[in-house]
Write a protein that binds this ligand. Structure first.
Ligand SMILES: Cc1cc2nc3c(=O)[nH]c(=O)nc-3n(C[C@H](O)[C@H](O)[C@H](O)COP(=O)(O)O)c2cc1C
Length: 277
């Protein structure tokens, strides 16, 4: 991981690291990282240091998979937590606290900020989407209620580490693992409206509207092409051709293949970041 993220770091470039479990109940796949134990925080420091050494900026993506998990990944094989109305409502306070603590841990590990994973059918998205959320309390029903859990998480995290270090990823339109909403446009606007309001309330200098004034977007993120091009930023800068990505090696359990073995354009200047094992 140190080599992988180090390869992709550039002066002033922002990396958002992979989905990272915020607690023992948050994981959904084998071999995914966490940020809730001291040992994990220590391990992330080496990754963060490698990125900072090249002048890069790195955010930790805080993640709870919710029902997109399985008993085998849960402590004592217990049932997964989710947005269903049958769950015990006190559980949500625990999960909000887990996000807050994981954010503090990420800053302690040296991350420049965090991104709350509110997308792709995972826990927060399970609250946002009306085709999943069947709760009958104040966390379910109308869109204002379905946003409540996300906003509680964002507020707790922003108060703990400062709102300028907090990002939120949402995917109102995307239908992955049945995360479907009957009115994605309305849901997306509602979330953005609430996030802008919170940003104003918490006294940040930059308003979302101002930031948008001069363009359609503030930031464009890259996924697959950044996996296959460690020097993606450099290639964009000089308009160089890109390595194609290999789908077969996405998500595989190997320390090198598909992660740190994609070639740099200029091998000589990057020889120190070649995989070592
Ligand atoms: C192997 C792989 C792992 C991914 N892991 C995450 C993740 O942990 N968190 C996340 O928000 N998106 C994740 N994504 C989605 C990407 O961030 C991105 O949305 C997607 O690849 C589409 O953008 P692209 O066309 O630039 O690849 C992953 C994608 C791939 C291919």
């Amino acid at each position: 991981m140190v080599v992988y993220y180090g390869q992709r770091a550039t002066q002033g470039g922002l990396l958002i690291a992979e989905a990272t479990a915020i607690s023992e109940t948050a994981s959904g796949f084998p071999d995914v990282p966490g940020i809730y134990t001291d040992e994990q925080v220590e391990a992330w420091k080496d990754v963060v240091d490698a990125v900072h050494a090249k002048g890069g900026i790195i955010f930790s993506q805080l993640w709870h998979a919710g029902r997109a998990s399985h008993r085998v990944y849960q402590p004592d094989g217990q049932a997964t937590v989710s947005s269903t109305s049958k769950a015990i409502s006190e559980n949500w306070k625990v999960v909000v606290e887990d996000f807050r603590q994981a954010a503090v841990n990420a800053i302690q590990a040296g991350f420049d900020g965090i991104e709350i994973h509110g997308a792709h059918g995972y826990l927060i998205d399970q609250f946002l989407k009306d085709m999943v959320n069947d709760r009958e309390d104040e966390y379910g029903g109308p869109v204002e209620n379905r946003c409540r859990f996300l906003m509680e998480v964002v507020q707790a995290v922003a108060e703990a580490i400062g709102i300028d270090r907090v990002a939120v990823r949402i995917s109102p339109v995307f239908d992955y693992i049945d995360g479907v909403d009957s009115d994605p446009h309305k849901l997306g606007l509602e979330v953005v409206k609430r996030l802008n309001k919170l940003q104003e309330d918490l006294g940040s200098k930059l308003s979302g509207v101002e930031a948008l004034e001069n363009g359609v977007a503030d930031l464009i993120g890259y996924g697959r092409l950044f996996i296959s091009n460690p020097d993606l930023v450099y290639r964009f800068k000089i308009n160089a051709p890109l390595n194609p990505y290999n789908r077969e090696t996405f998500y595989i359990n190997d320390p090198v293949i598909g992660y740190t073995d994609y070639p740099f354009l200029d091998e000589k200047t990057h020889s120190s970041l070649k995989p070592t094992n």
